[in-house]
Ligand binder design. Structure first.
Ligand code: PLP
Length: 382
């Protein structure tokens, strides 16, 4: 029998001190990245209190809620805050999940099973080209048939062009703050035009749009919207992992109900079994820490910095294809400039649609960080 692996583990991680030293080395490696210079991620450092409370619930398992009644209650309290963001309905129901991916997969799973229960045979699902890859994963897992719908120059679904397409489809995905450009599909118009369920992916925009002056409608006030993904661990500034899925009607959970006899909850209605609970405590703490007023100030500031960057980047001569609607900015950047900026320590990202450079202006991208970015870009471009 080959015992080399075990022998190695035993010999390298023998004592607590050895264990800590090894982990320290990994942690130091993470810390070589200057997080302030990360302009391509949807994550920003949560407040200390969220990290502290996350750790207090690190051993709780929401997948077996009868054993963790406090955690369950806390999840309900977090959801109450989120219901106000997405628009309450009489039978609204939601839960904290591991992130946007799990929420999107679960939403389409429910949508598919509702359709299946009607024996319609319909498997077509309309999606914009900006759909996050978690939607593509869901389509693959659920064996659905994607139909890419036309979008305008802002990469937003054109409602008038989906009426015919929707006739033999089982549903449509619309996005409130797409990953690449941050733009918002016209969900009100889409809901008026189609007669099929709409799933809204507001993983990013859900904690942005409700706090903007110009309020864009993306929630359940739109009749055909059946489910919404909204992530506390993005602009909610919670610890990872904390996503959320909200359903218009609690009955919809019945379509993914499975016996889980050995657990305290005899039937399970989530994709995961064991569910980490630290993120719930993190989300609870962040929501309490910032409150609606705090989030409003954060969004205000992110938009201020986004507009400053757009103005300065344009001045340098880069083309901006899409006017930022949320705190995501894209612009034309030659490959060599991109790599030179990376060599200066900037962590950027690129879009699949159009191959633009993409910046996510999270709260850690302060005006000072933005000014440094512009200085470096100016120096490299001139
Ligand atoms: N939906 C959108 C619009 C996103 O931008 C993302 C991630 O960036 C996701 C879903 C997936 O979220 P997660 O990475 O939390 O699974």
């Amino acid at each position: 029998m080959d015992v080399t692996v075990n022998a190695n583990i035993n010999s390298t991680l023998k004592t607590r001190k050895d264990n800590m030293n090894t982990i320290d080395a990994y942690k130091k490696l993470d810390e070589t990245v200057d997080m302030k210079k990360v302009l391509g991620s949807m994550y920003s450092m949560p407040p200390d209190i969220s990290i502290e409370n996350h750790m207090r619930f690190i051993t709780s398992n929401l997948g077996n809620p009868g054993l963790y009644p406090g955690t369950l209650k806390m999840e309900k309290d977090v959801m109450e805050f989120i219901y106000d963001l997405v628009g309450r309905t009489d039978c609204i129901s939601g839960r904290i999940v591991s992130g946007g991916t799990e929420a999107n997969i679960t939403a389409l799973w429910i949508m598919r099973n509702i359709e299946k229960s009607r024996n319609s045979g319909r498997k077509k699902i309309l999606i914009p080209p900006t759909a996050h890859f978690s939607i593509i994963k869901a389509i693959d897992l659920l064996e659905l048939e994607p139909v890419i719908v036309p979008v305008d120059k802002q990469y937003k679904i054109i409602p008038e062009e989906i009426a015919d397409l929707s006739e033999n489809a089982m549903g449509i995905v619309a996005i409130a703050g797409n990953t690449e450009f941050g733009t918002v599909d016209p969900i009100d118009k889409i809901s008026n035009i189609v007669n099929i369920p709409v799933h809204v992916d507001a993983a990013f925009g859900g904690f942005v749009l409700p706090f903007m002056e110009d309020k864009k409608s993306f929630g359940f006030e739109n009749e055909m919207v059946r489910s919404i993904t909204i992530d506390p661990h993005k602009m909610g500034l919670s610890t990872i992992p904390a996503g959320a899925l909200v359903l218009r009607n609690a009955d919809m959970w019945n379509y993914i109900r499975f016996p889980s006899v050995y657990l305290t909850e005899r039937e399970n209605t989530s994709l995961l079994g064991t569910r980490g609970s630290g993120g719930v405590a993190g989300a609870f703490s962040s929501i309490n820490h910032f409150g609606r007023e705090g989030y409003r100030k954060i969004v205000d500031n992110c938009m201020l910095v986004t507009k400053y960057l757009a103005k300065e980047i344009r001045k340098i001569g880069h083309f901006i294809p899409v006017e930022p609607e949320t705190n995501i900015l894209t612009f034309d950047m030659p490959e060599d400039t991109y790599y030179k900026m990376e060599r200066k320590g900037w962590h950027l990202s690129r879009t699949k649609n159009g191959n633009y450079c993409r910046l996510v202006i999270m709260p850690h991208v302060t005006m000072e960080v933005a000014e440094n970015f512009v200085d470096d870009l100016n120096e490299i471009t001139s």
